[in-house]
Ligand binder design. Structure first.
Ligand SMILES: *Cc1c(COP(=O)(O)O)cnc(C)c1O
Length: 361
């Protein structure tokens, strides 16, 4: 194995599932798209199901089929729209798809019915049918023998920041569901909530879709509950080379860092091709021997340098935490996200597959 790796604590995932189910007070869908936000879809999916999640959510047909190929038989919903050409495989694998219009469900076909969840766009402005057209779509789906209508859902645009808009979306969605019931159309699954809505007690339905909180990361909007989540991921490496360099030594491409005194230069075997982002050069910190040590100079494709202060005789081979905890120090995904002007979702999903995932439980 390379000297950089990601450790995923599956016990933390299981504990988060238990919390989320309790807060949601409903069935839980573990959203494991994008390789479980970089944590590894198959191990996370298995753990979440064992811990009580009843559904898995993915973004693409390929993600759903790879869970099936790993022997996972639980209900799966593809949250994105899939091209016609991928529907036959999903039908055969009993994977549910999202419908935003009848045309997105392909031509009629024989065999077992395709499982369908109708997506209503109540204010996300991404995919879905507008509320006023939802009943017509549901009637069209429910009326086709080759389709099995089993859910209706919507997605919140700002559950972390805007309770008023979330309440409006909830109201629009509930009106659609009530209208369907009045027409004699009711379905097993009604879902709206994402992580932020679950933590803050917003939204509605008998199923809730948790992504970021499953991994122990704060979705925003409910700091008290977020503190009870357990981050599951740590990214580590070992020092590849450690040496004293004299004052005046410049470090890395472009010579953006020049030592103003002797420093213990630590070369770390990780770079932007691993997802350790280039903009962290000169800005991020790593943890060594329980202390925060600055990253100096530019992050390169495969290697990054950090500078330990005098009196701090770090040696090659010592363990470094790039993201996670060491002793009482933490570098969390939010801190790194802030350095990149982005959100922690992008940091964990951005750790490349070149970095091996190892699992602890
Ligand atoms: C990604 C996604 C989620 C999960 O969102 P989190 O904020 O990570 O909980 C839920 N629903 C849909 C439709 C999504 O695309």
């Amino acid at each position: 194995m390379r000297d950089t790796w990601v450790e995923v604590d599956l016990d933390a995932v299981a504990a988060n599932v238990a919390r989320l189910r309790e807060w949601a007070g409903s069935e839980l869908m573990a959203v494991v798209k994008a390789d479980a936000y970089g944590h590894g879809a198959v191990p996370v999916a298995r753990t979440a199901l064992e811990a009580g999640a009843g559904w898995l959510g993915v973004a693409t047909a390929a993600e759903a089929l790879s869970l099936r190929a790993a022997g996972i038989g639980a209900p799966i919903l593809v949250l994105g729209l899939v091209p016609d050409g991928e529907l036959a495989d999903l039908r055969a694998a009993a994977v549910a798809v999202t419908a935003a219009g009848v045309r997105s469900l392909g031509p009629k076909s024989p065999g077992p019915p395709l499982r369908v969840h109708v997506k209503v766009d109540t204010g996300m402005g991404r995919i879905g049918v507008l509320p006023e057209r939802a009943a017509a779509l549901v009637e069209a789906v429910a009326g086709r023998a080759d389709l099995s209508w089993e859910g209706i859902f919507t997605h919140f645009a700002a559950a972390d920041t805007d309770p008023e808009f979330t309440a409006l979306q909830t109201h629009r969605f509930e009106a659609v569901v009530a209208d369907l019931r009045a027409r004699g159309l009711s379905c097993p699954w009604v879902h709206a909530r994402n992580s932020a809505a679950i933590l803050s007690g917003q939204g509605t339905g008998n199923l809730a879709r948790a992504g970021i909180a499953l991994y122990g990361l704060d979705p925003g909007g409910a700091p008290g509950r977020a503190q009870k989540l357990r981050p599951a991921l740590a990214w580590k490496c070992r020092v590849a080379q450690a040496r004293w360099v004299p004052a005046g030594t410049s470090v890395s491409y472009g010579r953006t860092f020049v030592a103003d005194r002797p420093v213990r230069l630590l070369t770390l075997p990780v770079g932007y091709a691993d997802g350790y982002r280039r903009e962290w050069g000169g800005r991020a910190h790593v943890l060594v021997r329980g202390r925060r040590v600055p990253v100096v100079g530019r992050v390169t494709m495969d290697q990054t340098m950090a500078a330990a202060p005098a009196g701090f005789e770090v040696e090659a081979g010592e363990e470094v935490v790039l993201l996670g905890r060491q002793g009482d120090q933490t570098v969390d995904a939010r801190e790194l996200a802030a350095l990149s002007g982005t959100i922690h979702y992008e940091i964990v999903t951005g750790i490349r597959h070149r970095v091996e995932r190892v699992y602890r439980s």
